[in-house]
Design a protein around this ligand. Structure first.
Ligand code: AMO
Length: 429
């Protein structure tokens, strides 16, 4: 039986480990190997004159990033990682790696993002990269835990669909037998239909597909969204739920991912509640004080405006009360001021993380709103039907998981937070 490398201590008398050859140094009479598994790195020291011939042969034949099994005596040694080393009685090559390697896992030679993604399996062997994905796993796990504790039901909705939810231009059409279909932009219509089903509180963590042409550091063509929908709730209720979730997730990551955060050199500060609420009209006023291209009522916020507002606030915040014209048809207009709606964005100082709203739950108003957006209600018949037989008032939001991880870990590019990114130019691996 082999041990996880982290658990090998100077007190262990002997140990067997399996891992990848991280580094090889040959100093003549002595050879040093660093062996790595997902739990850590250990030094293997080979005094050439003292080890069995088979060990020496394998040590000479092995290449970096090969998988090896090592058996031997554990010794305390100050200078080695973890203060211990193994002097092997056995060294077996399990899988020999080809050379040269497409990229340097030990990170002595830096690689461009494209080179890294082309060989993502190698890139993800880097402790730093693995740490990001361990934290991402902890993020979705904590979010799931939190939403279950609030009584939400985890649902799964179709990703092959017949209608756009967020607007017609960002759709990926696909051939679906003799019909035209699309990759789903958002679980929006389906999570709302589950309100008509009486599920009351639902969530889903799943892929969303956006045919956005632009290639940026914060857009993907396939992203992961955490979607929530709650009945008998308004926009204020679900904003509270969202800030509670963000704080819970940060606390959980800070509490359970200490080693991974240390690997990334990050000390996580927990966002304070409540997040400030800023009205859209205030937000454009703040932005206009510093940005060059001034915004007027009805303009969407530009990245420069988001940065201008975010740098002043310096923490997570909400922008509320958006112009109805620039939000989707399903956002509920204020009855006394219908040019504004009960929609919000939740922002990190660097970028938008989530959008949401109280929804239109009245069938006739919804039809009117769909028409006002220049869309045909007939295309939404399956959705509208759910509004005719008892639809409760409801509200919800969608939160981008990659952006959450990116901002939490201060990553420069959203592609750092997804294993196999899909962008304007990339369909493999
Ligand atoms: P929206 O389109 O704003 O809202 O998406 C919600 C959140 O999902 C993330 N996101 C993306 N992340 C990376 N690349 C993309 N191309 C991308 N598109 C979206 C963002 C964004 O804030 N149906 C509504 C949600 C709702 O009202 O419940 C919706 O999809 O973090």
């Amino acid at each position: 039986m082999h041990l996880p490398i982290r658990t090998v201590t100077p007190e262990s008398e002997s140990a067997a480990i399996i891992g990848w050859v991280h580094e090889i140094r040959d100093l003549g009479g002595l050879m040093f190997f660093l062996i790595r598994d997902r739990t850590g790195i250990i030094q293997v020291t080979i005094p050439k004159k003292k080890v069995p011939a088979e060990v020496l042969d394998a040590a000479r034949d092995v290449s970096r990033e090969s998988v090896v099994r090592v058996r031997g005596r554990v010794k305390a040694i100050d200078k080695a990682p973890g203060g211990r080393e193994i002097v092997p009685d056995g060294l077996e090559i399990i899988s020999l790696a080809g050379s040269p390697l497409p990229l340097d896992v030990a990170e002595k030679v830096p690689a461009e993002m494209d080179t890294r993604i082309d060989s993502r399996f190698l890139d993800a062997r880097k402790p730093r990269v693995r740490a990001i994905f361990c934290i991402r796993s902890a993020v979705t796990c904590a979010a799931t835990e939190f939403l279950h504790s609030r009584g939400c039901i985890n649902i799964t909705t179709p990703k092959i669909v017949a209608a756009a939810t967020e607007g017609g231009t960002e759709l990926f059409p696909i051939a679906y037998f003799e019909k035209e279909a699309f990759m789903n932009q958002s679980p929006q219509l389906y999570k709302q239909m589950m309100m008509a089903a009486g599920f009351e509180k639902v969530f889903e963590i799943g892929p969303i597909f956006r045919a956005e042409e632009h290639n940026t550091i914060r857009h993907l063509n396939e992203a992961t969204s955490l979607d929530v929908e709650v009945s008998f709730a308004d926009h204020n209720d679900v904003m509270e739920l969202l800030e509670d979730l963000i704080v819970y997730v940060y606390e959980s990551v800070a509490g359970t991912c200490g080693d991974d955060l240390a690997e990334l050199g990050i000390s996580l500060s927990i966002p304070g509640k409540p997040f400030p609420r800023i009205r859209y009209e205030e937000a454009i006023e703040i932005a206009n004080r510093t940005i060059e291209d001034k915004l007027s009522f009805g303009d969407d916020l530009t990245p420069a405006a988001e940065r201008a507002i975010g740098s002043g606030i310096g923490q997570h915040y909400f922008i509320v009360d958006w112009p109805t014209d620039i939000r989707p048809y399903y956002a509920m207009p204020y009855p006394d001021r219908p040019e504004l709606c009960k929609a919000f964005d939740m922002m990190h100082p660097r970028m938008e993380l989530s959008s949401g709203a109280q929804r239109v739950h009245d069938h006739d108003l919804l039809v009117e709103r769909i028409r006002a957006k220049g869309l045909a209600p007939e295309a939404f018949e399956f959705y509208l039907k759910a509004f005719r037989y008892g639809m409760p008032p409801h509200a919800g939001w969608g939160l981008g998981i990659e952006r959450l991880v990116m901002t939490m870990l201060d990553l420069g590019n959203i592609r750092e937070a997804v294993l196999f990114p899909r962008d304007r130019h990339r369909l493999t691996p």
